[in-house]
Each structure stands twice: as C-alpha cells, then as structure tokens.
Design a protein around this ligand. Sequence first.
Ligand code: FEO
Length: 383
Amino acid sequence: MKISENIVYIGVNDHKTDLFEGQYAVPNGMAYNSYVILDEKTAVMDTVEAGFAEEWLANLDKALEGRKPDYLIVQHMEPDHSGSITEFLKKYPDTKVAASAKAFAMLKAFYKADISDKGIVVADKDTLSLGDTTLTFVTAPMVHWPEVIMTYDSRDKVFFSADAFGKFGALDADEDWACEARRYYFGIVGKYGVQVQNLLKKVSGFEISTICPLHGPVLDNDLDYYLSLYNTWSKYEAESKGVFIAYTSVYGNTKNAVMMLADALREKGCEKVTVSDLAREDMAECVEDAFRYDRIVLATTTYNGDMFPFMKDFISRLSEHGFRSRKVGLMENGTWAPTAAKAMKAMLEKCGDISFCENEVKIMSSVDDASKAQLAALADELC
Ligand code: FEO
C-alpha cells in the first residue's frame, strides 16, 4: 500500500492476540503499522511485534526493491513496535538507528542491545535529511511512554504520530473509527491529557495532509475531525450529551431500579441513555462511555461494608485514567446497612471537578415507594 509517491506501508495485522497489552480485548485484532520512506536515503518508521518479524521483514524487502535501509527511526519502544528491532539489525547491520536518548536506554533494558555505534540520538525539533525529504522530530513524552518521538515529513506533509490517533482493530476489520479509537485513547493515554494537549500545540504549526499512526488506519481526509476529537478527549470534555448508567446487580433488584431510571430518562427525552452491566460488559468499553457522556449514574450493592467489587474496579479505573469534570448520580442497594453510595463518593471525590447529584437513590433490598420517588427525583435532576 502506497501512502504517497515515496512512502510505502509495510505493517502487519495481528489476529492472534486476544488481549492487547495484556488487558484490552481485541476481537477484531490489532494492526502494527510500519512505513518505509524512499528518497536518496531510505528510512524505516518503527518495527512490529516480535511474532510478526518475518512477515514484516518480507514486506520491507518488497518495498525496498533491492535497496538497503539507511535509517531505522524508533519512535516508541513499547514491544508492539520495538519487538523486531534485533531481527532487523541482524539482517541490516549497517542501518543507523535514530531514537531519543531514553529509547536507547530502553533498547538496552529490553533486548540487551547496545547499538551506540550506529545510534543517532535525536531531540525535539532535530531534523534528518533523506534527500528531498526532511524529517523533523517532535518529542511527545507520555504519549504513550516517556521516550516517544513523532516525525513530520514536510515534503509529503505526513505526520507519523506513533501511538496517537491509533485504534484497536486490524486494518482488515470493517468498523467505526471513533468507537475503537476512543476505547483505545482512554485506555492507553487517558491519564495523560495534559501531554496530549502539549502535543497538539506542537503540531499545530505543521501543515498535515496525512496522519500515519502505529495502529489503525492511515488518516488522510477530514483531519480536523480526528484532531478535534483528540482535543476534546485530552481536555476531559464530554464528547456527547447523554447519561451513562453503570451498574452491578446481585439478584436483579438494582438492575430493576436502573432500568426504571433509564426508562424515566428516555420518557423525558434525554438526548442519549446508555446502560452497562459492569460484571458482564467490557470494562474498557464502560470506561470509554464514562468519559464520552456528560452525566453518569453509578448503581451498586453494598458488599462487605463497601461496594460490589466490579464497581470498585470500575471507579479505580476511572480515577487512574484521570476522570474528571462530570456530573455523577449515585444509587445504592443494601438489605441491612447500605454504605455503597458513601464509599463510591469517597473514591470519586479524589477525581477532579466532580459534581454529585443532590438526589441519591437508596434501595432497601428492592424498589419500594420511597425509592421510586427518589428515582423520579434523580431523573428530574439529570434531565
Ligand atoms: Fe502501540 Fe504504546 O504501544
């Protein structure tokens, strides 16, 4: 696949991995993207996960058409991109490797590889000429690791964005970009909104016609759409108006109350109401929805004087990923001493700028007239 006259896609699709990074379900696989730039000199943009080295090296060989790679640019050292560096250097020992100083230290730590004799340490705004093509490097710490650099090719107006603007899913998966890019964003870099904002400011001076990420499709039209979503997500602003209700339920009574609230919100004409059972649905998808909507409701049972474990896990994940600036409604269930609302509130208070609904719902075992009235009041307050 040609990205431009001089740039060829040489990545691979992974349909073997079930959990990306050991935690994210990827039913439609994963793409490890890599590119080669062909000018007077040639440059390879990142490698791929180790298990795909052979396929990737064959793609590279074909794209090079008998030429040798002059440079390997290592933008990110996470093994899904660095896993084939040692195989590459066995085949092409004369290639120079350009990366940040931190990346060279990681190369030694991961692969016991000391390549100081062929290493070119690059820093922010450094350039590398390939002939008519000049590559400008941009440091992007914590998007997604501290050593990350990204690369702008001014000749073709191509921005190589490392993990940024990537998504879950192999390139042969026919699926919506935003859904899997949002789940990927909040899972992978959600905590680092400030750093993503810094990156967006840095690249705003570049004229970009194509974004080449290390995962997901190459983006070459309506780039404002993708840039604007990244801006919204990294500022922790809600992308959509609506209410996301996340719940756990032991015997169905909390679920029953949640469904009553969802019905009431829909009857009121609330923009969008989404309901998820935290015990059964993909937790990363639930985290994504919590960040997506401007209002969330958390409903759970009291358990061991605290809250049900799936809810505790969920709020921990929200907190770890920088959840903030949302309106939150709380619903608790308990048969003798409900404490879940207090426990949820204590966890969420550690997140920034959370406003709690005045109306809470307390269910004593199952919905009664009192909790029905509280549900109606909460629905009024939310919508
Ligand atoms: Fe795709 Fe952070 O590695």
